[in-house]
Design a protein around this ligand. Structure first.
Ligand code: GLP
Length: 265
């Protein structure tokens, strides 16, 4: 596990974009797993900038998003409504600004008629593409990755997951409130890649920003591996793991922070 502590949010995003760019340059038709939330917004801005300056090319890149709210639809061929779907988020933050092919974008559909089949088909598609080369991840304040809420099996696969009250609250404050949507009207279930699915990516890249993530980050990196903090499963990742934090998110690390400081000294 490689731990990179950056001075602030902007440098965290530059580092994250460096890692993603390196993957694309090494393998132009790589499979990227993508995340939503406020954390990767700056990383996406950086990728858009690099693509527009012709430093990276998305024309052969294939993507799979981690999760989506249930009950919210997608139609990548139509303009987006003011819903809070992750599909709309990805379109606005990344896809509509880069030279990616629509057919190479895979987003879960929260309105799929047969959700169980949709989950297994999604897993199947990832397998057909020979797995995920680089999986970008954020971390919830309760330690979740994707929507793998506390108590999710560390071997879990792509499935429908009820949302934890903490997640509902955090995401309501960050996204739904601004859109004028009542809390009781926000989706209470989500489609999520499982922890086991995420652990099969060849390289996992976790980003953490802000003081409100410090406790979850410390528990994920230094605590025991536990389904209470599903990000802690990254300690069991058999491939490459890179964690990029800004200083506030790293502020509750103890021994690993000491190690980083000693290495820098
Ligand atoms: C959300 C998403 C996660 C995301 C996390 C953190 O609920 N399901 O994929 O990483 O919570 O979100 P944020 O970056 O907004 O803090």
């Amino acid at each position: 596990m490689e731990l990179i502590i950056t001075s602030d949010y902007a440098s965290m995003n530059r580092k994250a974009a460096d890692t993603i760019s390196a993957t694309i340059k090494e393998k132009p038709n790589c499979v990227l797993g993508l995340a939503t939330g406020s954390t990767p917004v700056g990383t996406y801005k950086e990728l858009v900038k690099r693509n527009q300056q012709h430093q990276i090319d998305f024309s052969q890149v294939i993507t799979f998003n981690l999760d989506e709210y249930i009950g919210i639809g997608i139609d990548l061929s139509k303009p987006y409504s003011q819903d809070q779907s992750y599909a709309r988020f990805m379109h606005e933050q990344l896809f509509s600004h880069i030279n990616i092919k629509r057919e190479n974008i895979h987003m879960p559909d929260g309105t799929a008629e047969n959700l169980e089949k949709h989950c297994s088909d999604y897993e199947q598609k990832i397998k057909q593409m020979k797995g995920i080369d680089l999986q970008l991840l954020g971390i919830g304040a309760n330690g979740h990755i994707a929507f793998n809420e506390p108590g999710s099996s560390l071997a879990s696969r792509t499935r429908i997951q009820p949302l934890d009250p903490k997640t509902l609250n955090d995401n309501y404050e960050k996204f739904y409130k601004k859109a004028g949507i009542k809390k009781e009207d926000m989706p209470h279930y989500a489609f999520t890649m499982g922890v086991g699915t995420i652990l099969e990516s060849r390289h996992a890249l976790l980003l953490g920003s802000g003081k409100n993530k410090a406790k979850a980050v410390a528990e994920a990196i230094e605590g025991p591996v536990t389904s209470k903090i599903t990000a802690s499963a990254l300690q069991l990742h058999p491939g490459q793991v890179t964690i990029i934090l800004d200083q506030p998110a790293a502020s509750e690390l103890t021994w690993s922070l000491k190690l980083v400081r000693e290495n820098l000294a």
